[in-house]
Write a protein that binds this ligand. Sequence first.
Ligand code: ZN
Length: 240
Amino acid sequence: MTELIFRDDAYARSCTARVMLADVRGIRLDRTVFYPTGGGQPGDTGTLRLASGAVIAIVDTIKGEAPDEVIHVPAPGTLLPEPGTELVAELDWERRHRLMRMHTCLHLLCAVVPGAVTGGQVSDGRGRLDFDVPGSSLDKEALAARLNQLIAEGHPAQPRWITDEELAARPELVRTMSVKPPSGAGRVRLMEIAGPSGCIDLQPCGGTHIRNTAEIGPVTIAKIENKGRQNRRVIVAFAE
Ligand SMILES: [Zn+2]
């Protein structure tokens, strides 16, 4: 099993690790800072730096079949390292930080749009959520103003763990119908954005987030699309 450093410390940019297995699918390490594609957030890119001086470019990170199995996908044609090889795994931090900012921004979007979330995706510099909003239209400028206000107010964002039983007893916590919360080990990771008068957003999420909403920076609502009678797709982009 791989130690998932990003789960407790999303700001860890690099770590030392040892190769457990390397095959056609990619490289498994005993510990990693690389987030694998999941929950609407793309997998990390970066490098694996070997003691020999060789550098392996990692172009994607995906989940394996086993729980907590992370597969680092090397660039095509890479000579794979032997099991036991010691290395330093280092993220493309600039890209990951943008993904963290946008991912956390989508949590705020959840809080400002009424209606169930039916899907979502974070990409570099942009993000989108689909909402089930029967019989109502969304005001682009009003949404952007509310979102930027929550960002500028600088609310803390932090993970919190609850048991599977506690989550089962509070189904309202699961806002995103299409994204299954990471569970099965008896506990579930929640992401909480706390406001001065209660919680702004609280939901199960295994992704990576920034510590304070101010770190997101100004955003715009790029577009609101009608995807079916009551499905609205809201697309957010960084303003700068
Ligand atoms: Zn999240």
